[in-house]
Design a protein around this ligand. Structure first.
Ligand code: GLC
Length: 590
């Protein structure tokens, strides 16, 4: 092959050169971490706060958050007591999937600012003693990306087409898709193109929206481009990457037909229900969790090792069971993987105890920290999710016509109790912007405001994820509740944002914001991130009780109140009356 591509960091590279793919050290080999930091790397215990840039803070008043808005609000995050920020995509994008459709991996979308704004933000983050990990979306690009546009303009079989997954269709005239795969967002996973000569042509694969064509990661040229993209952001000083769809980049050879066990698919895993299973899909789905993805991460591990400091890769891999997920964090691969089994655990003491044990075992057996997460930009906010009353497609969002509508008071109460369990666990926790305010899912968004491709691709059958993405409230009395200087907000904010705004919670004992601050301060003071879980028996089936270092955590998930044991109560998720721990409440004692 002789095609010359200009990589996004400006280096030109031929496909032949790029074919010198490094496969890294042998699987399971010891990572190379400076010995003084080994086992103490910052990411092992970090509380990492997810900023979804569209909805965090808007400096220029156009109704969409931006990087300068983030920079201006960083002191609030420092005060909250977090260690690091994960920034969802801010790279150039036509925004067909909230930025998870990237058209230039090495620039900032003008909607969010410029590279100079990024540098200023990063400098401020580091100046405050925080870290930054950025989102990387390697499974697919935007269809606007020059590489995909070049592929469309080039003939079938060309090197340009080989960057993506183009195939001839089935049927007499190629009029049928190459296989039966469905998009995670609904509808077919293939779209037919019109060839440059105007005739109906090949099909391309998109596991997500049709504007998100999948790369062919078997192609060494693609791998070389992404090594450069990693280096571009590492050179700018980022502390790591959250890797989007980290279970989907390799597809089974031959792209065989596949029918999931249950209709639909949540973020890559099958139907999400309130039952513990994150996935009803057998592990053999030909596009999820293929063994070949691990070679890519062994390669990236080495790229990160070229840099000073403890850089981190965190996998967004919707795979189960946990021992399978743990393969993503073998010592020579990634450092972390999101624990979605934990996120999807129902509000049930045995389920919670099990998932904590299984997580600590699965990750711990590889020397990796467990992660914990309750909310993110893809799922129903846990202040609503934990009070859903019927089996519900939580991965698909909820709206006015969804069954099992959550009762808001119960939802918030459980969310506060659940967070108070999570932040006492050893390992690293992820928070999603606004959960520290107790924000619920916005269920009654008008249909006309919805923007998630899921909503459109299912003709409104699935509400999608807009309800957890509404711009967050900072000051009750300001326009857009302080989100920006004007009333503009890309999704309408509900009136209840006024009483949940950050300023009305600040310094107010018992507010959700103060609960998070206290938990984070105690977590830091007692090094809970480095601790262990020692279960305390004797409280009955409805209670989750454990010790981590000097802290005793008691969570009452049952209907009846219980008496707390001896010890000073240093945190409680509700105001307590004496030493009685009511239903859906967690307390920490020393
Ligand atoms: C990940 C992202 C999600 C996005 C999808 C496609 O699951 O978290 O928001 O829609 O990938 O990139």
């Amino acid at each position: 092959m002789t095609i010359t591509g200009t990589s996004e960091s400006g280096k030109s590279e031929t496909m032949t050169e790029a074919a010198g793919l490094s496969t890294g050290t042998a699987p399971g080999a010891e990572p190379q971490v400076a010995s003084d930091r080994k086992g103490r790397e910052w990411w092992r215990t970090a509380v990492i706060y997810q900023v979804y840039p569209r909805s965090f803070a808007d400096a220029n008043g156009d109704g969409v958050g931006d990087l300068t808005g983030i920079t201006n609000r960083l002191p609030a995050l420092k005060e909250l007591g977090i260690d690091a920020v994960w920034l969802s995509p801010f790279q150039t994008s036509p925004q067909r999937d909230g930025g998870y459709d990237v058209s230039d991996y090495c620039d900032v979308d003008p909607l969010f600012g410029t590279l100079a704004d990024f540098d200023a933000m990063l400098e401020r983050i580091h100046g405050l003693g925080l870290r930054l990990i950025v989102d990387l979306v390697p499974n697919h690009s935007s269809s606007d990306h020059v590489w995909f546009q070049a592929a469309l303009a080039a003939p079938a079989g060309s090197p340009e087409r080989a960057a993506y997954i183009f195939r001839d269709g089935k049927g007499e005239n190629g009029e049928l898709p190459p296989n039966n795969w469905e998009s995670v967002f609904g509808g077919p996973a293939w779209t037919r193109i019109t060839e440059p000569n105007g005739t109906p042509g090949q099909w391309y694969l998109h596991l997500f929206d049709s504007t998100q064509p999948d790369f062919d990661w078997e192609n060494p040229w693609v791998r070389a481009q992404f090594r450069d993209i990693l280096r571009f952001w590492l050179d700018r000083g980022v502390d790591g990457f959250r890797v989007d769809v980290a279970h989907g980049m390799i597809k089974e050879a031959g792209l065989p037909d596949y029918t999931p066990a249950a209709p639909g698919a949540s973020m890559g895993s099958g139907t999400a229900t309130l039952e513990p299973a994150i996935s009803d899909e057998p592990p053999s789905a030909p596009y999820w969790g293929q063994e070949g993805v691990h070679e890519i991460y062994r390669d990236w591990h080495l790229v990160l090792e070229e840099y000073e400091g403890d850089r981190v890769l965190c996998a967004e891999a919707w795979v189960e069971p946990l021992p399978k997920l743990a393969r993503w964090v073998r010592p020579d691969e990634m450092q972390q993987a999101f624990n979605f089994s934990y996120l999807e655990t129902p509000w049930s003491p045995p389920a919670l105890r099990n998932v904590i044990n299984e997580s600590l075992d699965a990750f711990g057996s590889l020397g990796a920290p467990s992660t914990w997460v309750l909310s993110n930009h893809d799922v129903v906010r846990h202040a609503s999710r934990l009070a859903l009353t019927a089996a519900n497609l939580q991965g698909h969002g909820i709206g006015p016509k969804s069954p099992g509508q959550p009762e808001p008071v119960l939802g918030l109460r459980r969310a506060r109790a659940a967070t108070s369990v999570m932040l006492a666990l050893p390992g690293s926790s992820y928070l999603y912007q606004g959960e520290e305010l107790g924000l619920p899912e916005v269920i009654d968004l008008p249909d006309s405001a919805r923007q998630d491709p899921t909503w459109f691709r299912t003709n409104g059958e699935r509400y999608g994820r807009d309800g957890c993405r509404v711009p967050i409230p900072w000051e009750a009395d300001k326009p857009s509740y302080g989100f920006g200087p004007t009333d503009a907000s890309w999704l309408p904010q509900p009136a209840q944002w006024a009483r949940l705004a950050r300023d009305v919670q600040e310094g107010v004992a018992g507010s959700t914001l103060e609960l998070y601050r206290l938990a984070l301060a105690l977590r830091r003071e007692h090094s809970l991130g480095f601790g262990t879980v020692e279960w305390i028996p004797g409280f009955g089936d409805e209670v989750v009780a454990f010790r981590n270092g000097p802290i005793t955590v008691i969570a009452n998930l049952g209907p009846a109140p219980i008496e707390l044991p001896a010890g000073e109560i240093v945190l409680s998720s509700e105001t307590l009356n004496g030493r009685t721990l009511p239903s859906d409440t967690t307390a920490w004692l020393v």
